[in-house]
Ligand binder design. Structure first.
Ligand code: NCD
Ligand code: ZN
Length: 350
């Protein structure tokens, strides 16, 4: 990484270790937003119907590559959606062929399109044991769904009642705690060895729960896990900018058309693919950690996943305040871009 006095910063090209690309018209519209800055991304499998088998992941990968505009390069890293019916042999074959880089655990009912997720963890133990043997990571949506547990406590309760017992009962299982949002998430990620990592989103470094609820409900700041209190946001910023190998970027960029966000029962998800890199440069500069941005976006993720770092680079330069459009227009309808709520002066060159 090189940092110059003229306020430019050249990094190895970043990757996004947690991304929703959707399908059809939405895929076509959002894929270039990611491919413009990122070389690779871990692709979430929560389509309708979900991407459960190796064959489905291979077909989805083909649809992603077919949607990529001429001249852009991008490598989708595919995942499988863990269900109680997932076959260990199918997972092992999808991993052995190089197609699949992780398996995603959604507790049933936790978030968008998670109804086929896991209810009874004993039913998925054979798959998890196979994954531990072959070194295939489990990406966890870390929230319990029990009605009695307050939504702001769901991550901390998941860690204590699901994640920790699960890791103890399947030793050697490599786990990524996806989109952590709490001090407890940061602390638990730090308590593990090199079999445990955590992704942090762009928006959770910027917003706390006041952004969603003060002065009227702001549906475009609503995502899952929901943003928590300010002290949790500060813990996430400290973790992301620490340079520690266990923390890396997973944007969780999750586009939904405005009609479904601005709704009596609005969908969860923030769309951040377009402006993540400039916003992160802003955050890391504020924290005096520009020299650690590359670790977070470009080095720590590949190291955990056992993949080479990217050979190409990305340059960020500081200048005039950015003027992004409010919305990405798609054939499915407009999608509102995440608004950090302050001017961002960093631009991606080229
Ligand atoms: C994601 C989505 O819309 O698919 N939504 C979100 O708020 N992050 C699902 C998820 O990752 O929880
Ligand atoms: Zn997600």
């Amino acid at each position: 990484m090189t940092e110059n006095p003229d306020q430019s910063l050249t990094l190895r090209r970043p990757d996004d270790w947690h991304l929703h690309l959707r399908d059809g018209a939405m895929l076509k519209a959002v894929l270039p937003e990611t491919a413009r800055h990122f070389a690779r991304a871990i692709i979430m499998p929560n389509l309708v119907p979900p991407v459960v088998t190796g064959d489905q992941a291979a077909a989805y990968r083909e649809r992603i590559l077919a949607a990529l505009p001429e001249g852009m390069s991008f490598t989708p890293l595919m995942t499988l959606y863990l269900t109680e019916g997932t076959e260990p042999a199918d997972v092992a074959a999808a991993h052995a062929s190089g197609l699949v880089k992780a398996v995603k655990l959604y507790p049933a009912g936790a978030t968008t399109n998670s109804n086929s997720g896991v209810r009874d963890f004993d039913k998925v133990r054979p798959v998890l044991e196979t994954m531990a043997e072959i070194g295939l990571p489990l990406c966890t949506h870390g929230e319990v769904t029990t009605a009695e547990v307050d939504i702001f406590d769901r991550e901390a309760v998941f860690i204590d009642t699901v994640l920790d017992p699960l890791r103890r009962s399947v030793p050697g299982l490599r786990v990524v705690m996806e989109h952590i949002t709490t001090e407890q998430g940061v602390a638990y990620a730090r308590s593990g060895g090199d079999d445990l990592a955590a992704t942090i989103t762009t928006h959770h470094l910027i917003i706390n729960r006041n952004h969603i609820l003060v002065g009227g409900i702001k549906p475009h700041y609503y995502c899952l896990p929901v943003a928590k209190r300010e002290h949790h946001r500060l813990a996430l910023r400290a973790a992301a900018t620490s340079g520690e190998a266990r923390f890396f970027l997973g944007t969780d960029s999750a586009p939904h058309v405005d009609a479904l966000k601005e709704h009596a029962c609005g969908c969860a998800g923030c769309f951040t693919a377009t402006n993540t890199m400039p916003i992160l440069a802003h955050v890391f500069e504020e924290e005096g950690a520009l020299d650690r941005l590359e670790a977070f976006t470009s080095l720590n993720g590949p190291a955990f996943y056992g993949l080479p770092v990217n050979e190409t680079s990305l340059t960020l330069r500081k200048g005039e305040a950015q003027n992004w459009p409010d919305k990405l227009l798609t054939e499915a309808g407009p999608v509102t871009l995440f608004n950090p709520g302050f001017p961002v002066h960093w631009h991606v060159e080229g």
